[in-house]
Design a protein around this ligand. Structure first.
Ligand code: SIN
Length: 518
């Protein structure tokens, strides 16, 4: 299989860049490891996407992004995103894809507020914004002939000239991507998919943590694959925890959108007392890292496992009408959010770091691009401002597509090397699920307890020792057993966890989402 471009991941970033490139005439292979193409963090995004509010300006947005990011955002990425946000959301999502964002009774966009924003500037579709966007993206993809979607294919490794061809002297030149080895989950055969350009849009890593808002596909694949290939990963210690997820034994950290606080909900401790005023002048609308640590501190002081989010102040009818999905979901767990407070806890939400890219998505590996959560453009610095993740996907999809269109003469000819076929070990032993389940549990607990929202040298050192041992065991499974999506994900997950822990130990300064008590 040979294409102009192979895109790994079908969320907003992978989906949009595929559409834009296909419209420019590129042949695109879109690889997705699930049977269900919609399965991505994008689909579950509730809050919304930055647009433009009253008295708003790119400068004001840039300032908000930078303050939330702890002052270490990449100024170039912030400029690119803040200057293009309004234009590209309008052009791509509203006009091209026809996403129907919620409107007020006057027929104007119903802009909402979220933490650390200076103005109400967030577009949303009720509380299921991501679902509405992703449905439009997939509908479009299905109508485009030069996008070949391969569902149920798990990417294993980036093919590089250096690793996977016999050209020994090639190591003296820059590492160059040639495609992807991917497991066909159904036939269990590994396919070699070659392309002139590889774009990683594999999303995040939430599944390495015990508590997360992320869906099951977020297993850190892109971070681990790119690290094995020689990519530079930065800011990996800036793991953002969302302050408000449902605390319920059956709920698995269902997200309670920040927009609920934006509309007036307040946080109460177990005794029913407000406490955010003790921690930040913006109270409930302080940056996420601050709200998260305030909640954890309050839980510690009161010896409790959760706090409350009181959404009743929004008004009985408004809360149901504005947050129908959250209302319905909580009701399934016996909580009527229009009349009673919601038990909540923080959970892992977003990785602000990732594969370092420039402002056209280029990585330090030739012909390899990265976009979305797996990439680190530097936009988010040490802590991401709410409702900028979908936005980053839109802006960078356009920038990467335009860059490749303009520079295709350079990319269209590639040195010809024969890429080795995947070498199967020939071992057909299947792995005992009791072992892999325990490995997942171990990984998630190590990350949550030692590399969580509050860190110390002792915890991080312990994490690194434990993760190294676990990594070795999992590597042995990987080498000896029949390949499966689960073992590929588990290998990627532990490698990603180790990178996070190592970067967290190396950084002794508390900024944004990285907080060291020592
Ligand atoms: C939320 O709805 O709270 C999530 C929004 C975001 O992470 O940007």
């Amino acid at each position: 299989m040979e294409y102009d471009v192979i895109v790994v991941g079908s969320g907003i970033s992978g989906g949009l860049v595929s559409i834009l490139l296909a419209n420019y005439g590129f042949s695109v292979c879109l690889l997705n490891k699930s049977e269900n193409i919609y399965e991505s963090n994008t689909y579950y995004a509730q809050g919304g996407i930055v647009y433009s509010g009253e008295n708003d300006s790119p400068e004001l947005l840039a300032k908000d992004i930078d303050i939330a990011g702890g002052g270490i955002c990449n100024p170039e990425a912030v400029k690119v995103v803040s200057e293009n946000a309004y234009r590209l959301v309008k052009e791509i999502l509203i006009e091209k894809l026809g996403v129907e964002f919620s409107k007020n009774p006057e027929g104007l966009f119903d802009l909402t507020e979220e933490g650390a924003h200076s103005t109400r500037r967030i577009l949303h579709v009720d509380d299921t914004t991501g679902k509405s966007i992703e449905e439009k993206i997939i509908e479009k993809i299905k109508s485009i002939k030069n996008i070949n979607v391969l569902n149920n294919f798990t990417a294993i490794d980036i093919i590089t000239i250096d690793h996977h061809t016999k050209h020994r002297l090639r190591m003296y030149k820059p590492i160059t991507a040639l495609g992807i080895y991917a497991l066909n989950n159904k036939t269990k055969k590994v396919e070699k998919i070659e392309a002139k350009i590889v774009i990683l849009a594999t999303g995040g890593m939430g599944q390495i943590y015990l508590h997360t808002t992320n869906t099951t596909v977020a297993t850190g694949d892109g971070y681990a694959m790119s690290a094995r290939a020689g990519c530079r990963l930065v800011n990996m210690e800036y793991t953002q925890f969302h302050p408000t997820t449902l605390y319920h034994p059956g709920a698995n950290n269902f997200l309670i959108s920040e927009a609920v606080r934006g509309e007036g909900a307040i946080i109460l401790n177990i005794k029913g007392e407000e406490f955010m005023h003790k921690y930040h002048p913006l109270k409930e609308l302080a940056p996420r890292d601050i709200v998260t640590r305030s909640i954890l501190n309050e839980m510690l002081e009161n010896g409790e496992k959760f706090v409350y989010l009181d959404a009743t102040r929004i008004g009985k009818d408004k809360v149901k009408q504005r947050f129908p999905n959250i209302y319905k979901k909580c009701l399934e767990y016996g909580i009527d959010i229009s009349v009673e407070p919601i038990p909540i806890v923080p959970a892992f939400h977003f990785s602000c770091g990732g594969i370092l890219t420039d402002s056209f998505g280029k990585t330090n590996i030739e012909r390899l691009f990265a976009i979305g959560e797996v990439a680190c453009t530097g936009l988010h610095g040490a802590n991401r401002l709410a409702s900028t993740s979908l936005l980053e996907g839109v802006v960078f999809a356009k920038r990467i597509a335009d860059f490749l269109k303009e520079n295709f003469d350079f990319y269209k000819t590639i040195e010809k090397y024969e890429v080795a076929d995947w070498i199967d070990t020939g071992i057909i032993e299947t792995i005992d699920p009791a072992l892999t389940n325990q490995d997942w549990n171990l990984l998630k607990n190590i990350m949550w307890n030692y590399v969580g929202a509050i860190r110390s040298k002792k915890r991080l050192r312990r994490a690194i020792i434990d993760l190294n041992n676990l990594k070795e065991d999992i590597e042995n499974f990987y080498r000896d057993a029949k390949l499966s999506r689960n073992i590929i994900e588990l290998r990627n997950a532990v490698q990603t966890g180790l990178i996070v822990a190592q970067q967290a130990l190396a950084n002794r300064e508390s900024i944004g989402a990285h907080y060291r008590i020592d």
